[in-house]
Ligand binder design. Structure first.
Ligand code: IMP
Ligand code: MG
Length: 179
């Protein structure tokens, strides 16, 4: 494992190595291939954080698939800001499609709760949700989570798509804020 890092004024310590992350993503890709292979699912990556996870996971999906992106926002700094807004929408027709929603992390569940409501209104054939990380507070907003990469503590993390004030998304492993 690599050493501690500092982003702006905060110190972070290693939580998940690049290898742990990649091994788990390969497992998830295999499970999704078994379930969705042959049905041309549409991966929906929630931007910005999930783009790294989406990129790796869809390359572990060994059958035809498509990908779309949606930008939602509920965070500023290290605390949830409360409201969720769709900043950039999906241009694809969702009706009758098998949707695989990809999230970087579920914290309160607010982001996914509202987005899933929105998706259900589009009459997809099915919806499944995959989150790279999940915090214990995820129960705050009821949300359907089908696959979880890793359950973590109630701490602020960066890396593998997750940022602290814009920094840290390119880290291949995950780091946790050392409080
Ligand atoms: P939720 O709506 O409360 O579930 O928050 C989910 C969103 O908040 C994620 O998509 C992230 O963008 C952001 N977020 C939550 N926890 C963290 C964290 O520990 N590090 C970085 N971003 C986080
Ligand atoms: Mg996010």
């Amino acid at each position: 494992m690599s050493d501690n890092i500092t982003i702006r004024e905060l110190e972070f310590v290693p939580l998940l190595s690049e290898k742990q992350v990649q091994d788990r993503v390969a497992e998830l890709g295999e499970a999704l291939t078994e379930r969705y292979g042959g049905s041309n699912p549409l991966f929906i990556s929630i931007l910005s954080g999930a783009f790294v996870f989406a990129s790796d996971l869809m390359r572990q999906f060994r059958a035809d698939c498509e990908v779309g992106f949606v930008k939602l926002s509920s965070y500023s700094g290290t605390r949830s800001s409360g409201s969720v807004q769709t900043v950039m929408g999906l241009e694809k027709e969702l009706k009758g499609r098998h949707l695989i929603v990809l999230e970087d992390i579920i914290d309160t569940g607010r982001t996914l709760h509202f987005f899933l409501d929105h998706l259900r209104g589009q009459e997809p054939a099915s919806i499944c949700t995959v989150t790279f990380l999940r915090k214990p507070d995820a129960a705050e907003f009821p949300v359907q989570v089908d696959y979880v990469g890793f359950d973590i503590g109630n701490e602020f993390v960066v890396g593998y798509g997750l940022d602290y004030e814009g920094i840290g998304r390119n880290l291949p492993g995950v780091y946790v804020h050392n409080e």
